[in-house]
Design a protein around this ligand. Structure first.
Ligand SMILES: Nc1ncnc2c1ncn2[C@@H]1O[C@H](COP(=O)(O)OP(=O)(O)OP(=O)(O)O)[C@@H](O)[C@H]1O
Length: 719
């Protein structure tokens, strides 16, 4: 729980008004009753804010991003962008393991250098670093930031949270640069970590490790025996995934546990979250308010001992809302076979024809949505009328309880807009064998459990939408491979949704190394930063995860560091599908565009701010990935909102790009070598195109030289 208490999440700035469940309701009606053609029927399940009343707290819609033609239903086009390339400056020092190549530790011989032994030569030209980094405005007055807050739907965007990343990542007023200008604005080099990564010594070893194109042989050339499992406790979860090998090669870079070897491969060593680290020291699991997901109350009253608190999540009695074994598509189908009344029909009889079998939203999901939303609505009514009833199935005694399946709460890992995220653990049994779908150690299997509780006075419809969308999209994406397809290593597994008398509980895979936000905050506090090779690896994983979503008809729409979780050896998982958008269902060939602002402000693409513009949700994901990347590299935002009217840093970027077709910050950005710096810079220009039709797609980005030659700790099968 790194920086758990300090952390203030960027809340989505708004949400689309056409809700997931609303859209699906339309699907459940017969087309004739709505006077729509079957084609129209299938167009509905994407989100749109077209009917969205503009809240006063929403960021002002603007039309100053010039002459954008709406991307409505347009295919993603990839355009080349001509650049005047300038050679980046010569890179200098980075933390290394040892100065002599032959003394370098190998994979077999672990690196045990003390901090004092690590070379960390000063940057050659601190001035150039300063010039290359343009901080964002320091002004943090509440009045200047958005303070939208829709407590009913979790779309809070308070001024505090708007600035949260900066306030955590920038340590003091004095070391932050207003966008450009005087000496006073310059980031003090002593306060900033070095942004250069090469030492004079061992340049040859480093060149071998990072030469471009990279020296790693293709997957096919790896002898089978070279695929190794690493010695992390979660190795079994991942043994099915091919990864680079443990050959006897020198370690040429070490920075905060991230190690790059001479053959170009690398290893991450991300710290376990404090909670797990503590648990693993103990012999037995502590009881964290067993039976309750709620925070322990301070003080003790007699009545409190005997009375069941209405607000407490009664975890012992929580029961799954899913049909047994519903995680397999076949069984879902058979379970629902006799309950087809509300399915989309063609000619009153058949299901709509599946034209896009890869879509994550197909017949099975639709049946599940139908069943779930009925149950959720019923339960919500009970809850809102304070009936405090136990879940229906409780009395039957047939289904296994939460505890049998997922154990009991052992600690708190985070807080979401609708409740807390807790860690649950249960003992391993003979039935548990690798590959595991969630984190485990020798004795226990761990699950992340998210409480979803309707807020007082909240709109039940919105709440229902939120949990249906979050669960169905996560569940269908993470269980896609159950249907004989390939698993998606970068999508968080979502296992189950349960209810008790007061709330709903989503059960997910637990990622023991926390999220990217905490990692960046942790590094910033120590005046450090992610190594660019590590950031590149994360970016490649992120793009692969997003590509998987796009290939299955879903755009995430809220990509940000808080929603990227890690295993200690660097496996990245995308989570939180609560604002995801289904742009193509199984019954559609066409990609649907949408309009309205969605996401968390610093990560929101500029076209979203253009009033009434339709945009392709895949391209807004691509923009957000770019913002996530630069945040990893710089340790702070380049701008806080991609609007020329509202952010002078973004305005300066926009003007500079228009005038010179270059952005100095990107031009001066250093990498371990010039080729990588140049390839990355070109990719960044392709991402940060404010006109969506000029922006590169996630697919296109993965095919660019930068990503193609980025060594990733996972090997992706491109077939
Ligand atoms: N599966 C998980 N494994 C480890 N940590 C998790 C997991 N899920 C959530 N967390 C932690 O809890 C935090 C909050 O969770 P989440 O992102 O789901 O909430 P949220 O985005 O605020 O919720 P919502 O989007 O519903 O408003 C995350 O940023 C992360 O640190």
């Amino acid at each position: 729980m790194v920086a758990q208490e300090d952390k203030k999440h960027q809340r989505p700035v708004t949400r689309r008004v056409r809700s997931f469940s609303e859209s699906f309701k339309c699907l459940f009606k017969s087309p004739h009753s709505r006077g729509l053609s079957p084609i129209n029927v299938t167009r509905l399940p994407y989100r749109s804010s077209s009917t969205s009343p503009k809240r006063s707290s929403e960021p002002a819609r603007r039309s100053t991003i010039s002459a954008q033609s709406g991307p409505k239903n347009s295919p993603i086009r990839q355009r080349t962008y001509t650049l005047k390339c300038r050679s980046p400056g010569l890179p200098t020092a980075f933390k290394r393991t040892r100065s002599g190549a032959n003394k370098s530790p190998t994979r077999k011989q672990s690196v045990s250098n003390k901090e004092g032994e690590i070379l960390n030569a000063p940057p050659r030209n601190p001035g150039s670093i300063s010039n290359g980094l343009h901080g964002t405005q320091r002004t943090r007055s509440r009045s200047s930031s958005i303070s939208s807050c829709d407590s009913s739907n979790g779309t809070t965007s308070s001024s505090d949270s708007q600035w949260a990343m900066d306030s955590l990542l920038d340590n003091s007023d004095s070391d932050v640069t207003p966008y450009r200008g005087s000496k006073k604005d310059t980031i003090r080099s002593k306060d900033r970590p070095s942004s250069t990564f090469i030492d004079n010594c061992d340049r040859e070893a480093l060149r071998r490790a990072t030469s471009y194109p990279n020296p790693l042989p293709s997957k096919q050339l790896f002898p089978k025996g070279l695929y190794t499992r690493k010695s992390h406790p979660d190795e079994e979860s991942l043994e099915s995934l091919p990864r680079f090998v443990g050959a006897d090669v020198e370690c040429v870079i070490e920075q905060d546990g991230f190690k790059v070897y001479e053959d170009g491969s690398h290893e991450h060593n991300i710290k376990l979250s404090g909670l797990i680290a503590k648990l693993e020291k103990n012999d037995s699991l502590p009881l964290h308010r067993q039976g309750s997901l709620s925070r322990p109350k301070l003080g003790l009253t007699l009545s409190g001992l005997f009375k069941h608190h209405k607000d407490e999540c009664d975890i012992e009695n929580a029961l799954s809302l899913l049909p047994e074994e519903s995680h397999t598509k076949e069984s879902t189908e058979s379970k629902f076979a006799d309950n087809n009344d509300n399915l989309p029909m063609q000619n009153g009889e058949d299901y709509l024809k599946v034209v896009n079998p890869d879509a994550s939203l197909g017949n099975d999901e639709l049946k599940l949505i139908n069943s779930l939303s009925n149950k959720i609505h019923r339960s919500l009514e009970n809850y809102l009328q304070e009936k405090n009833l136990k879940p229906e199935k409780c009395t039957s005694g047939e289904a296994s309880t939460f505890q049998e399946k997922y154990g009991h709460p052992v600690g708190l890992v985070g807080a979401g807009a609708y409740g807390e995220v807790k860690l649950c653990a249960r003992s391993r049994t003979a039935k548990d064998f690798p590959p595991f779908e969630t984190y485990h150690d020798d004795k226990y299997i761990y699950y992340a459990v998210k409480e979803l509780k309707p807020k007082v006075g909240s709109d039940p419809e919105k709440f229902c939408t939120k949990i249906t969308s979050e669960f169905i999209i996560g569940h269908s994406l993470s269980h896609y491979h159950k249907n004989g397809k390939k698993p998606a290593p970068n999508i968080l597994n979502v296992f189950d949704i349960l209810e008790d008398s007061t709330s709903f509980i989503e059960v997910m895979e637990f990622c023991p190394a926390g999220d990217l936000y905490s990692m960046l905050v942790g590094k910033s506090k120590l005046k450090g930063r992610l190594h660019p090779l590590e950031a590149d690896c994360f970016m490649k994983q992120l793009l692969h995860g997003v590509k998987f979503m796009h290939d299955h008809g879903v755009a995430h729409c809220d990509l940000k560091p808080e929603n990227l979780l890690f295993y200690p050896h660097g496996l990245l998982k995308i989570c939180d599908f609560g604002t995801s958008s289904v742009f193509q269902t199984a019954w559609e060939r066409k990609v649907h565009t949408q309009r309205g602002i969605i996401g968390s402000e610093p990560y929101v693409a500029p076209e979203e701010f253009v009033d009434g513009e339709y945009y392709d949700p895949r391209l807004i994901d691509c923009w957000s990935c770019g913002v996530v990347y630069v945040t990893m590299i710089f340790g702070h935002y380049l701008w806080k909102v991609a609007s020329v009217e509202r952010d002078i840093s973004y305005d300066a970027f926009y003007k500079e790009m228009k005038r010179t077709k270059q952005f100095k910050t990107f031009e001066e950005l250093k990498h371990v070598n010039l080729d990588l710096a140049s390839a990355r810079k070109i990719a960044l220009y392709h991402i940060f195109q404010w006109e969506p039709k000029r922006r590169i797609s996630v697919d296109g980005l993965l095919a660019m030289p930068w990503m193609e030659h980025t060594n990733c700790c996972l090997i992706y099968d491109s077939t």
